[in-house]
Design a binder for this molecule. Sequence first.
Ligand code: SF4
Length: 329
Amino acid sequence: MDNILEVRDLKISFKTFFGEVEAVRGVSFDVPRSQTVAIVGESGCGKSVTANSIMKLLPDPPAFYKGGSILFEGEDIVKKTDKEMRDIRGKSISMVFQDPMTSLNPTMKVGDQIIEGLMKHESISKEEAKKKAIEILKMVSVPKAETRINQYPHEFSGGMRQRVMIAIAMIMNPKLMIADEPTTALDVTVQAQILDLMKKLQREFGMSIILITHDLGVVADMSNKVEVMYAGQILEEGSVDDIFYNTKHPYTIRLLASLPRLDMDRNDKLQAIHGTPPDLYIPPKGCPFYDRCDKAMVVCKDNMPPVTEHGEGHYCKCWLYHDMYPKEG
Ligand code: SF4
């Protein structure tokens, strides 16, 4: 399959007063053209650090690339200079940030924020750029775009602000959009509208999407491929069907079991995952899920589990699937 992005053995750390935090520890995944890849996991698992590293938006220091590569159309982002990255950001790769309430500049008119990237990357008059901004606002279903373009963010609702954020991300027709928890701050009905809008834009423009989320419902609705991340590593990777219906990793199993289901009785309790993720100041030598796993074995504690394949594109990092694990029967 033709991939627009190939991340290989990516390692990112933060230098802090207390020592080094190994936030991303050897992450590899591909993003095929025109498809959506979801990176899912608990807060602090490294998914947003991974997303920001693709845009080279991590502050250095304290963050630094410790190893690996991020190949965007065959070129390594890690090796790009700040100037080269300014040309890539917004034009080839764009980002929709988590919170539309705080991500827009409150002192700038919405129209000026939409055309900022366009004016920077293309030789275009302000008038033409404004016409394009009105077009894109209509495309993301902002009513009365001609008037709204001259308003400030505080005059927009949360859902409308997120539409503006998507318009900013789309104005240069990027090849890859990274959406970091794009619906977390929105209520459920607006969330559904925003997800439908992203799907529509992807169909029309053929861009690839990396969707960062902790919401498995959003993953099921939007994605072609899923990366389950935990403690800076990918523990399971597969298609949406693999992850939801042929789940292999004990962490993914627990993650799915912690979701509310329609067939639950009102007295049924949600199954929380006991314990907390490991401290990444001192990352564990073995399986990062060891302390919370009800299937943990002696081998898991100090030995990193191998990656095993469970069908095309379905991988899992767990000792339960090693050749020497005793089989039943
Ligand atoms: Fe559990 Fe061991 Fe598998 Fe880790 S490697 S998830 S501790 S069984």
